[in-house]
Design a binder for this molecule. Structure first.
Ligand code: NAP
Length: 248
């Protein structure tokens, strides 16, 4: 089950957190994984080393997803170098939180540049390569707040909700090309992004999660492996919610 031998994959934001877990999980199933990062080259190298130590293969793919044209060019070059790109996991993301009254246009632009436009730039290049090889898997990492909203996260939620519209549209646009497009909507997951939360906020959060705990990056990675696999081949245009029951 979930055999990815012979597949090539790119995971954006693969140097840390959820992206790192996805890189390791795809590689464990046999995929050759390109680990994208923007600043964290050392972390990304550590991911490649860990994959190789576990018997897999991986390489670095540093580029800024926050510049759509740069992302598109980089993914095109990567697909050419690898000979094909079977799996794209558009995971790189940032959060800039705050109440609407404090929202700055620059912050909104940055959020959309990385979370939405960058993901689209990667998908555009991936689709071109996948059309040539007659198939592929695109997985966007959205968020539970893209569906349920969250006070203080309007701009972030908007960017993550945008990914769900993109997922549905691209799924319809490329189904005839044997390219599936899905989203994963994680709940609250233990990573750098959530470490910053104070203890009181974390315990409040746990109360709002029916399973009573935050999730792990590995639990998101398992969903990505499923969607990337042949076994997930009849799933497209869907949002796979991995959130401990926080939003049902
Ligand atoms: P994280 O620990 O903050 O890691 C973010 C990753 O994205 C890093 O690898 C970072 O690379 C990369 N990145 C950021 N900006 C980039 C850019 N411009 N170009 C290329 N890479 C960039 O985040 P995380 O918690 O693992 O979250 C991963 C994804 O899941 C995000 O899209 C996030 O919105 C989503 N998500 C997270 C949670 C959660 O609870 N953690 C919940 C729902 C959704 P560098 O190391 O080079 O900076």
């Amino acid at each position: 089950m979930f055999d990815l031998k012979g597949k090539t994959a790119l995971v954006t934001g693969g140097s840390r957190g959820i992206g790192r877990a996805i890189c390791e999980a795809l590689a464990k199933q046999g995929a050759h994984v390109a680990v994208n990062y923007v600043r964290g080259e050392e972390n990304a190298r550590a991911v490649v080393t860990a994959i190789e130590a576990a018997g897999g293969t991986a390489e670095l793919a540093g580029f800024d997803v926050g510049h759509m044209a740069e992302a598109e060019t980089a993914v095109t070059a990567l697909a050419k170098k690898l000979g094909k790109l079977d799996i794209l996991v558009a995971n790189a993301g940032i959060s800039i939180d705050g109440l609407l009254l404090r929202l700055k246009e620059d912050d909104l632009d940055r959020l959309f540049a990385v979370n939405v436009k960058g993901s689209l730039g990667c998908a555009k290049a991936a689709v071109k390569s996948m059309m040539r090889t007659k198939g592929g898997r695109i997985i966007f990492v959205s968020s539970v707040v893209g569906e349920m909203g969250n006070a203080g996260q309007t701009a972030y939620a908007a960017s993550k909700a945008a990914l769900l519209g993109i997922t549905k549209s691209l799924a319809r646009e490329y189904a005839s090309r044997n390219i599936t497009v899905n989203a994963i909507a994680p709940g609250f997951i233990e990573t750098d992004m959530t470490h910053a939360l104070p203890e009181a906020a974390r315990s409040e959060l746990n109360k709002a999660i029916p399973l009573g705990r935050v999730g792990t990056a590995a639990e998101i990675a398992a969903a990505a492996v499923y969607l990337a696999s042949d076994e997930g081949g009849y799933v497209t245009g869907q949002t796979l919610r991995v959130n401990g029951g926080m939003y049902v």
